[in-house]
Write a protein that binds this ligand. Structure first.
Ligand code: SAM
Length: 308
């Protein structure tokens, strides 16, 4: 069973933000569109949410944040989702705690991982994150591959004059370590209004042209906002371009959950959230299901054909 919204988009994936806390401080971070909150839903809440989502046809669960590995119950959370029956569970992490958790998470049922990692240079890493964790992240990536998480994707936000000249070095690093490189176009949202983001915006169009020319094969991922995947020799590069991609919203099949248990129909909006606190508190599955259906009804493309 799949439930479609009013724009005939099926709901297939759930992105659960487990916390707004983070142990790095990337200057460009949009915080996944989340408003800071001190309340964090429990591992049992996450499991109950996932049970209802499974009933409504959701196939994929992604855990994010803030930094999801900061949660001390992260292994229990993944195990709970796995027990519901999900076979596509992933985490987006900054990788700083991954070395400690890769094997435990794999054993708990985690399938794959995206590691946000923008640079191989210590100075640039420090500039972006205000921290010194470069080597820890590299070790985390290696341990994730060793633990059998697959694929391990490296999320590299491409920043003009800061790391754009590192794209090919990063591709090499990914190839050597059995990871896939995912190049992300910098997105400006209300969460990061004053950082002079425009000066770091890197136009991905010429790069994509080049990738098309040199790739052995190009694939378009229909339910992933028509993202292009380029196969080059024995490596892979994916390009994520939400700002210029008119199909970004048309192909969206995702609902988000905030750390304090609100269903969030759109990354770019916070004025149409659906609060599940009461349903979770009273363990009322039918109420939770109705709230999910309401959130699905509220799903609407942020960029439609006219505004794009
Ligand atoms: N702490 C986790 C991490 O670092 O992966 C999860 C949260 S982070 C907000 C999720 C992803 O959003 C990361 O891959 C990050 O690079 C990306 N991201 C954050 N701000 C962005 C922006 N302004 N434009 C594009 N991507 C951004």
């Amino acid at each position: 069973m799949h439930v479609e919204d009013n724009y005939r988009r099926p709901l297939l994936s759930l992105r659960i933000s487990l916390t707004t806390r983070c142990n790095v401080n990337c200057f460009y971070c949009h915080r996944d569109g989340m408003v800071p909150s001190s309340r964090e839903i429990s591992a049992i809440d996450v499991k109950n949410i996932c049970r209802v989502a499974a009933d409504l046809g959701v196939k994929k669960i992604r855990l994010s944040g803030g930094e999801p590995l900061i949660r001390r119950d992260i292994v229990e959370i993944v195990k709970g989702i796995n027990d519901v029956g999900f076979r596509d569970i992933s985490i987006t992490t900054n990788g700083t705690l991954l070395e400690e958790y890769s094997y435990l998470l794999k054993e708990a049922g985690l399938d794959r991982v995206n590691v946000s990692f923008d640079t191989l240079k210590l100075e640039t890493y420090r500039f972006i994150t205000k921290k010194d964790y470069l080597e820890r992240v590299k070790a985390g990536i290696k341990s994730a591959v060793d633990a059998g998480l697959h694929p391990v994707k490296i999320n590299m936000v491409v920043l003009k004059d800061l790391n754009h000249h590192e794209i090919w070095d990063m591709f090499e690093f990914c190839r050597e370590n059995g990871a896939v490189l995912q190049l992300i176009e910098l997105l400006k949202t209300d969460n990061c209004p004053d950082m002079g983001i425009e000066c770091y915006h890197f136009d991905m169009a010429p790069l994509e042209e080049k990738l098309s020319r040199i790739a052995d094969k190009v694939m378009t991922r229909k339910f992933m906002q028509d993202r292009k995947k380029y196969y080059i020799e024995d490596g892979e590069i994916e390009v994520v371009r939400p700002m210029d991609n008119t199909k970004f919203c048309a192909n969206c099949t995702r609902l988000r959950v905030t750390p304090d248990g609100k269903l969030k129909p759109c990354l770019l909006r916070n004025d149409n959230l659906v609060d599940t606190t009461e349903a979770l508190r009273t363990n009322d599955t039918e109420m939770l299901r109705q709230l999910f259906l309401e959130a699905i009804r509220r799903r609407a493309p942020y960029y439609d054909n006219e505004s794009c």
